[in-house]
Every structure is written in C-alpha cells, then in structure tokens.
Design a protein. Structure first.
Length: 412
C-alpha cells in the first residue's frame, strides 16, 4: 500500500467519526468501567457459589485498577511509539475475551484469572481515551472534555449495578459477563472501521522496560511538582471513594439487610451527586478557571472530613440514610478533585503524553488497589472503619493540594 493510499484511508477515518470521536471513545471507556461494578450486586451470591470469602470477592473488584497500574505504563509507552489506534483495538479484543472467560468460570481461582485478562483489556481503553483527547485538545477545551469524561464514572457506577441486577432477574451472574463480551466485540468491529490515528509525532523506539519507566516516573515526580501533586491528589480522591465502593455491598446488603435490587437503587443516589458535581464543573468552566474549581473541591472535601469526624463521635446513631448522605458529600467533592487534578497534570506534560497518562493511572490505581486490599485484610469493613479511613484520605488530599495550590497556572 502506497503512502498516498494510507493517507486516503486516514482521511476517510477522520471523516467517519469527526467531531463524534470523543463520544465513541467515551462509550468504549464506559463499557470498560462497567466491568468494575456491574457485578457488585452479585458479590454475596458469588462468594457462596465459589465457596470463598467476602474478602476475596472484594479483591476481585479491585483487580481492574491494580492491573491497570502496570499495563497503563506499557500501553502508554507503546502508544507513543506505534500510535493510539492499535492499542484501542487490542484492548477491546482482550476485554471481550476476558469477559467471556469470566462467564465460563466455575471456581474462584478461574474467575480471578479471568478478571485479570478482562482488566488487561479494559484498563487500556480509558487510558487511550485520555491520551487521544490530550492529542487533539488543550487548555479549557481539554478541561471541558475531561469533565464529560469524568461524568462517565458516576453515570456508569450508577447504571452498571442496576443493569447487572436486571440481567440477574432473567439469567444469572454469568449473563452480565456475556453482555460485556458482546458490547466489547461490537465496539471493536466498529472502531476498526472508523477510528483514526491521532498521534502526529512518534517517539523513537527506545524499547519498553522497567528501568525506563522508573527513570521517567522519577524524573516527572522530582522535576515536575505540579504533575506530582496533582497525580497524588487524583489518586487519594479515588482511594477515598473506592474504600467505600468495595465495602458498600456488604454494608447495605448484610448490615442494613437490603436486597440486591435495593442496594443497586440506593447506589444511584451518591452517583447522582457525583454527576451533579461533574455537570456543575463543566458549567463553572464557562466563567471560572480550573484552579477555582479545584478550590471548590477542596472546600467540599474539608466539609466532608468534618462531618465524618463528627459522625464517628455518635456512630451508634448512624443509620442507612446518614451513611448515604455522608457519602453523597464525598462523591460531590470528588468530582471536582479528580477532573481538575488530571487537567493540571496533563497540562504539565509537553511530550510522552501516553506514558504521562499511564503514570497518572499507575499512581492512582496502585494506591487505590493497595489501600483497599490492606483495608480488607486488617479491617472488617464496618461503617465506622470505612468512614475513618475515608476521613484520613480526605486529610491527605487537603495537605497535598495546599503544597502546590499557589503555583498552579490559570489554564486557558
């Protein structure tokens, strides 16, 4: 194939998606996110079916962010050398394969291995969406797309458990994974025919290795304080949220004795607050700077921490409504923290955007996975323990932001 023919094919792909490219990329990301929590209502049932412990099933939820902590570095490096398009297609294929394997699993060990394969695919989809957006857009325009991207998380976290609970009414827990495999396969076929390549300048093929990653991470964290602090802010905000998410099914279904459907419905409430925060952020960007939005997130997080510490003093009075509303406050503030921190971190990168986004994902997911696993090992997952851990994360977020807030630029 001649160079001219390749350019013609590229132009055809650009025209096929055009301004709708962010939408279809975010659809891929939404499907990958749904694999994290679609099966949350089935966790107690899966523990019984596989004859295993609740803690092991909690770990299965965090497999995706744990795996992505490492695969993100690989995908980021490879995409800087070979382009974004082949990585997106590969991830959709592996995600579909892993989802089918989950559906066929008959033991806890097999299910965990299948979840790892599924995660290898799903974790690259969100990363490449971020990278493609940072290839195409900058400044406030990028920040607005990031706000839409961030809405995916609360919307998906709200819808996926309800979709999973609905599927279980007519099939079983296996049906959820058949559904994910079908969605992944369909998107792979579509993106193969429509997705253009957005990488304009390819990086020299220096290889992909652990020493190279470590050197790059050290360089960014030691010489780019804004990147470092914003990556840590993003990570701590997600840790705070995930500690609650992974314990929520057991808190609501076992402690408060809700059914799977009732739990799925309850989970919509805090996710609605997260969605409201994302939408408000997008609206505020028309008149306020991202720095002001970050400050709003800091204020809400301080309020959340204060309310939690007061609630812990009267923990015997904590009912289901109080638990939900306190978490709603966390969800609302988290939307401002995650979006603005990523925006500032990305703006601090000039080259190696794929690897840079991979580092942000690495820091976020290795922190989140480690924190949830340690919490599951040392704690029983009671409401008091969950809220105390979240309040400590909130304190860490506030301290991290305060060390660099005065140096943050006003993005345009």
């Amino acid at each position: 194939m001649t160079l001219g023919q390749k350019n013609d094919i590229q132009r055809d792909k650009d025209g096929a998606l055009g301004e709708y490219m962010p939408f279809f990329l975010m659809l891929c990301t939404g499907v990958s996110i749904s694999s994290i929590d679609m099966y949350l209502p089935a966790l107690p049932e899966l523990a019984t079916f596989f004859k295993t412990t609740d803690n092991l099933l909690r770990v299965s939820v965090m497999i995706s962010p744990f795996v992505s902590a490492f695969t993100g570095l690989f995908y980021g490096s490879i995409s800087d050398m070979y382009g974004r398009r082949p990585i997106v297609l590969f991830c959709l294929f592996v995600f579909s394969l892993g989802s089918l394997w989950c559906a066929f699993s008959d033991s806890a060990t097999e299910f965990i291995v299948a979840r790892v394969v599924q995660a290898i695919g799903s974790t690259g989809m969100g990363l490449q969406t971020m990278t493609v957006l940072s290839d195409k857009y900058k400044g406030v325009t990028l920040a607005r797309y990031l706000s839409v991207y961030s809405v995916l998380y609360p919307v998906t976290f709200a819808l996926a458990p309800n979709i999973g609970a609905f599927i279980m009414l007519y099939t079983s827990w296996r049906g959820m994974f058949y559904f994910l495999a079908l969605m992944g396969g369909g998107l792979m076929i579509f993106m193969y025919n429509a997705l253009p390549e957005t990488l304009s300048v390819r990086k020299a093929h220096n290889g992909v290795s652990l020493p190279l990653w470590c050197s790059t991470i050290w360089d960014m964290f030691s010489h780019k304080p804004i990147f470092r602090n914003m990556a840590l802010t993003n990570a701590l905000a997600v840790v705070m949220n995930n500690i609650f998410i992974t314990n929520a099914p057991f808190i609501f279904e076992q402690h408060f004795e809700l059914t799977k459907t009732q739990y799925a419905n309850i989970s919509v409430i805090p996710n609605s607050f997260n969605i409201a925060g994302c939408l408000l952020y997008s609206f505020l960007l028309k008149s306020c700077s991202p720095k002001s939005c970050l400050n709003l997130g800091r204020i809400v997080t301080f309020l959340f921490m204060t309310v939690v510490l007061i609630a812990l003093c009267v923990s015997n009075a904590l009912g289901m409504s109080e638990v939900v509303m306190i978490y709603c406050l966390c969800s609302f503030g988290m939307s401002f923290l995650t979006m603005t921190s990523v925006g500032f971190a990305v703006s601090d990168m000039q080259t190696d955007k794929g690897l840079g986004n991979g580092i942000i994902q690495f820091v976020r997911n290795i922190s989140s996975s480690s924190a949830v696993m340690l919490f599951g090992y040392f704690c029983s997952g009671s409401v008091v323990q969950v809220f105390f851990a979240m309040s400590m994360c909130a304190l860490a977020v506030l301290l991290t932001i305060s060390t660099c807030y005065s140096r943050l630029p006003d993005l345009t």
